[in-house]
Every structure is written in structure tokens, then in C-alpha cells.
Design a binder for this molecule. Structure first.
Ligand code: COA
Length: 200
């Protein structure tokens, strides 16, 4: 692994684990999951009603961030394997960026890791925790290359401008044209974004 990635990984693990214990949902008391509230019913419900099934069916892996003092769930995220097709990528990167990809001819799909769900408890939002979790996930994705290729992180953002901005502020780029964002938001369609791990 390149040295700069290793440094980033070690730094971030220390930062995030200073205050929070990261544990798999399967090791947490199921009855306590319903205490989590991020202000979004769909994301609260996913945690209490679907996340364990996703885990058991090998469809998505959920980690909880637990406050070391109160044992409360402060955030959770769910990760899944994903891909971005070369064709889709060609539409959404600049022509100078595209030069980096077009010569990789045997590839039709680039391997990726998808952030299936991400939520921070209501009273802890806007305190940089979501951004720290994203840095942690970036490092996990880079490290996952020791197991199998993973070039991109992907996410289908909740269709609210502030959430799309949150991902953009954290190095994600749109996987639709910028002019379509307002249309997606108006139609309540999730907004796809991606991050090239080689740009970190
Ligand atoms: C979106 C979310 C994960 C961001 O985590 P966070 O810890 O609040 O974010 P950070 O403090 O690291 O970053 C702040 C940025 O996030 C966005 N943000 C902050 N609070 C937010 C909220 N309640 N809802 C949506 N976006 C929010 C803003 O764009 C903010 O940028 P600004 O400082 O320029 O205004 C978190 O607010 C959340 O869980 N919201 C509800 C669930 C959700 O929408 N999840 C996203 C699913 S794709």
C-alpha cells in the first residue's frame, strides 16, 4: 500500500476511535437499536428492521459508532460492493480525468464500494462527525484493495441539497450532470455521486 494511504488510515482510525467504539450491528443489543434517531424515518427504520437481514443475507455490512461514555449509538453506516461502468464514468469526468481511464481497455466496469446508508444521531449532526466517518470509510476502501480491487466510493445521496453538498464537501463528485441535480431533487430521486480513491 502506498505510504501516504497508510498514514491517512492510521491517523483516522485514531481520531474516530478516540471517542467512539466501532462495532458490527451483529454484536449490539437488538432492542437498543430503536433508541437511534437521525431525524429520518427511512434511515431509522432501516437500522431497526432491515440492517440485520442485510447482514445475514450478505447484502450490506452495518457498523455502529457507540459513544464510549454513554453507550449510545451516535452514527451508523452500511457498506456494499458496487461498480461504475466505464461508459457511465466517461460521461461524468472531465476530459483530462478521462485520459487516466480510457487506456484501461479490458475493463468495462470499475470496482467500487458503496455507502448504502449513513446517518448521524440528530443531536450530534453538524459537528463534523459525518465527515470523519467518510474519511474513515475512504480509508477502509483503500485498505480493501489488499483483498480485491476497489477504485471508487459511491453513494446515492438523499435528494436534499444540503446532503448532496455534504458529500461534495467531502471529495465526492456528481455521477449525473450538474444541471440534472435540481430535477432529481424535485422528483425526490436519489443523487448518485462517486469518489476516485486514487485522487486522495
Ligand atoms: C447528512 C449527515 C450524515 C451529515 O453528517 P454531519 O455529521 O451532520 O455532517 P458534518 O458536520 O460532517 O458536515 C456538515 C455538513 O453536512 C450537512 N448537514 C449538516 N447537518 C445536516 C442535516 N441535519 N441534514 C442534512 N445535512 C446536514 C451540511 O451540508 C453541512 O455543511 P455546512 O457546514 O456547509 O452547512 C447527517 O446530517 C445525517 O445523518 N442526516 C440525516 C440522515 C441523512 O440524511 N443521511 C444521508 C443519507 S445519503
Amino acid at each position: 500500500m502506498p505510504k501516504k494511504f497508510l498514514k491517512l488510515y492510521n491517523f483516522n482510525m485514531n481520531e474516530l476511535t478516540k471517542n467512539f467504539q466501532l462495532i458490527s450491528i451483529i454484536k449490539f443489543k437488538q432492542a437498543k437499536l430503536k433508541e437511534f434517531d437521525c431525524g429520518r424515518n427511512d434511515l431509522n427504520q432501516f437500522l431497526t428492521e432491515e440492517a440485520l437481514t442485510f447482514q445475514a443475507e450478505l447484502l450490506g455490512s452495518t457498523q455502529l459508532g457507540i459513544d464510549k461514555n454513554s453507550s449510545k449509538i451516535i452514527f451508523y453506516y452500511t457498506l456494499e460492493n458496487d461498480r461504475i461502468s466505464k461508459k457511465n464514468l466517461s460521461y461524468h469526468v472531465s476530459s483530462s480525468q478521462w485520459k487516466k481511464f480510457q487506456h484501461i481497455s479490458p475493463i468495462t466496469n470499475f470496482p467500487a464500494l458503496k455507502i448504502g446508508r449513513l446517518a448521524v444521531a440528530k443531536e450530534f449532526q453538524n459537528q463534523n462527525i459525518g465527515s470523519e466517518v467518510l474519511t474513515h470509510i475512504k480509508n477502509l476502501a483503500i485498505n480493501s484493495n489488499s483483498l480485491g480491487g476497489c477504485r471508487f466510493l459511491t453513494v446515492d445521496s438523499d435528494p436534499r441539497l444540503e446532503v448532496v453538498k455534504f458529500y461534495q464537501q467531502n471529495d465526492f463528485a456528481l455521477l449525473i450532470s450538474a444541471t440534472k441535480v435540481a430535477e432529481f431533487i424535485a422528483k425526490n430521486k436519489k443523487v448518485p455521486l462517486f469518489l476516485d480513491l486514487k485522487n486522495l
